[in-house]
Design a protein around this ligand. Structure first.
Ligand SMILES: [Zn+2]
Length: 371
């Protein structure tokens, strides 16, 4: 039975402790704790365990790209250690596990890093060319970026609802896209992708880039929360994945798969899974690769739940930049936690069942299990 960890530190202790159970079977397993330059008590921890005889298959599990989502991510990693490790063959299979990519965000229970950058919009090279993207963003500033201290929950809920109604004539999908696709101009705005690659981005690019070079086959799974239906995890394929969502669902025997394109998801740039999928495919065309994200939904995906999620994300960002009353802080803490780490034990029960189904389906289709 795995619980969702309560703090960044206790989660990291648990992650580090798993090195022992890995070392039993993978001789030479190692832990790397990478300090973020300006804050030595925040680390990105990486456990690598190379195949002991023949480097055939590599499994990469990454968590906490969106800081606060790392709590559920770490618990899913722990579930993997307890239930799936015994089913892998150390002679031919290597492991790389990361806890969490965005340590600052996990510690401070927010999605973004210290520079307020959404790291899943940051896996890009030419940031100048991204500036013109999402040209509607500023036109929705009153909704997405109220640049003032927040007053109280009652007032702000009304103000947000009024602004949604004002913006709705532009169309719900227009708002959704402007709000979610990421933007590269407003540093204190929502889903800001950065002006340059972040330290976390460069670190993980190096770690994964080095790890994949020796293996013939790679599976990379990146764990997230907050998107999709509340009671069913979504497996998200990157845009460069050639299988359709339907083909993926059949092949992996999972009920819900989405592809990242405007019909099935929203257009995003700087996505990490896409970056690694494309990197492997272009640099090593002979390697076999599957890369995808687990998205455990929380609020739900109806229009009203979508608006609720937008409200939480916009107000949390505003509160971080412009401050607000104590009542706002208390309320927003609860709202934000519910969006990324739901308190209901039944939610976590179902999330674990969904994680098992996806691990079973993917690792069996990709032939990672010992007979
Ligand atoms: Zn996420």
């Amino acid at each position: 039975m795995t619980d969702i960890p309560a703090t960044y530190e206790s989660s990291r202790d648990q992650f580090r402790a798993a090195l022992a159970s890995l070392s039993n079977r993978w001789a030479g397993s190692r832990l790397l704790s990478h300090s973020l330059a300006d804050n030595s008590d925040l680390t990105i921890d990486v456990i690598s365990a190379d195949a002991t005889r023949d480097k055939q298959k590599l499994l990469i599990l990454t968590t906490g790209l969106h800081g606060i989502e790392g709590y559920v991510g770490a618990a899913v990693l722990q579930l993997f250690i307890e239930e799936y490790l015994p089913r892998l063959d150390p002679e031919t299979t290597g492991l790389l596990r990361v806890h969490p990519i965005n340590a600052y965000g996990m510690k401070h229970r927010t999605r973004v890093n210290k520079n307020s950058v959404d790291l899943n919009r940051n896996f890009e090279e030419n940031f100048d060319s991204l500036k013109p993207l999402n040209s509607y963003y500023e036109s929705l500033a009153h909704l997405l970026n109220p640049a003032r201290p927040l007053i109280n929950p009652f007032y702000e809920k009304l103000a947000f609802a009024r602004n949604v109604l004002k913006a709705l004539p532009k169309g719900a999908s227009h708002i959704r896209e402007a709000a979610l696709m990421g933007q590269y101009r407003v540093h204190n705005g929502m889903y800001f992708g950065g002006f340059e690659p972040q330290a976390e981005t460069k670190f993980i690019q190096k770690i994964v880039g080095d790890a994949v070079s020796d293996y013939a086959q790679i599976v990379l799974l990146d764990i997230h929360t907050g998107y999709g239906p509340r009671w069913q995890m979504t497996l998200v394929n990157p845009p460069s994945e050639k299988q359709t969502a339907k083909e993926t669902a059949t092949r992996f025997n999972v009920p819900l798969v989405a592809g990242v394109n405007p019909d099935e998801f929203y257009t995003i740039h700087g996505d990490m899974v896409e970056y690694f999928h494309k990197m492997v495919a272009s640099k090593y065309p002979d390697k076999k690769v599957y890369a995808g994200a687990f998205e455990f939904g929380t609020y739900g995906e109806s229009l009203l739940q979508g608006i609720h999620s937008l409200q939480t994300t916009a107000l949390e960002n505003t509160l971080r930049w412009f401050g607000g009353s104590d009542a706002m802080h208390t309320w927003m803490k609860r709202e934000y936690n519910e969006l990324f780490v739901p308190a209901n034990p039944k939610w976590w029960q179902k999330a674990q069942a969904d994680a098992r189904q996806a691990f079973d389906g993917i690792l069996s289709a990709e032939e990672y299990f010992k007979e």
